[in-house]
Design a protein around this ligand. Structure first.
Ligand SMILES: C[S@@+](CC[C@H](N)C(=O)[O-])C[C@H]1O[C@@H](n2cnc3c(N)ncnc32)[C@H](O)[C@@H]1O
Length: 210
């Protein structure tokens, strides 16, 4: 980060940033109210999260990202649009899911364009695996939805297989079927770049059964 970015980061972090203590994250006290919470995992520069938060001031949004420049970028956007309904964690999403999210606390989870780790020997680093499906199931409220999108076909198929195998989810598009791109999913620079390169995009929406 440049010196200016560092200064902006330090000024804005107390407003938007939260840190993980021992035990469950007290979501309502961080947001100062009870409202449906959406978690975005790996928000990158935060374009999607900022757009959704601006569109839905009646909902709360929690973003988790490990990359500081992305966190800084999102905080600047949130400050510019005066969003009050977003909190940010600069942490490993798996740590959050394993140890800190209360059971049945989320209305929605967004996982847009996760790192594809396209070399076969690196597939084990992909965030979507069986443990991930179990942790998402635990964190969602019954009826809550995980929305995933990727521009890597074999990763899309892996997501489809793992979530279809889990008996606690229903594929909203029907068994084994990818969803049409929902208009509600904001376009990010990342996706635009993929489009220019001629990549396809696969959307998956799985709902937690009661
Ligand atoms: C390919 S980028 C996509 C960013 C964004 N979702 C978009 O669509 O533009 C994947 C992002 O996930 C973040 N990430 C990867 N593993 C993570 C983890 N375990 N916890 C939190 N963020 C993670 C990376 O830092 C990166 O910003």
């Amino acid at each position: 980060m440049t010196e200016g970015q560092q200064r902006a980061f330090e000024a804005l972090w107390p407003h938007y940033g939260i840190t993980l203590d021992q035990g469950p994250l007290p979501l309502a006290s961080h947001f100062g109210r009870q409202a449906p919470v959406t978690l975005e995992i790996g928000f990158g520069n935060g374009e999607a999260l900022a757009q959704l938060a601006a569109r839905h001031s009646e909902q709360d949004f929690l973003g988790v990202e490990v990359h500081s420049p992305g966190v800084g970028h999102l905080m600047l956007t949130l400050a510019a649009q005066d969003s009050q309904n977003v909190r940010i964690l600069q942490s490993d999403a798996m740590e959050l899911l394993r140890h800190h999210l209360p059971e049945a606390s989320l209305q929605r989870v967004l996982l847009y364009f996760p790192d594809p780790w396209h070399k076969r020997r690196h597939h084990k680093r992909r965030i979507v695996n069986q443990e991930f499906t179990d942790l998402i199931h635990r964190a969602l409220k019954p009826g809550g939805v995980i929305h995933m999108a990727t521009d890597w076909e074999d990763y899309a198929r892996q997501m489809m297989t793992l979530f279809s195998q889990h008996s606690g989810f229903r594929n909203q598009a029907g068994k084994g079927t990818f969803s049409p791109r929902p208009e509600t999913r904001p376009m990010t620079r990342f996706e635009q770049r993929g489009e220019r390169l001629g990549h396809g995009v696969w959307d998956l929406l799985f709902e937690r059964l009661g």
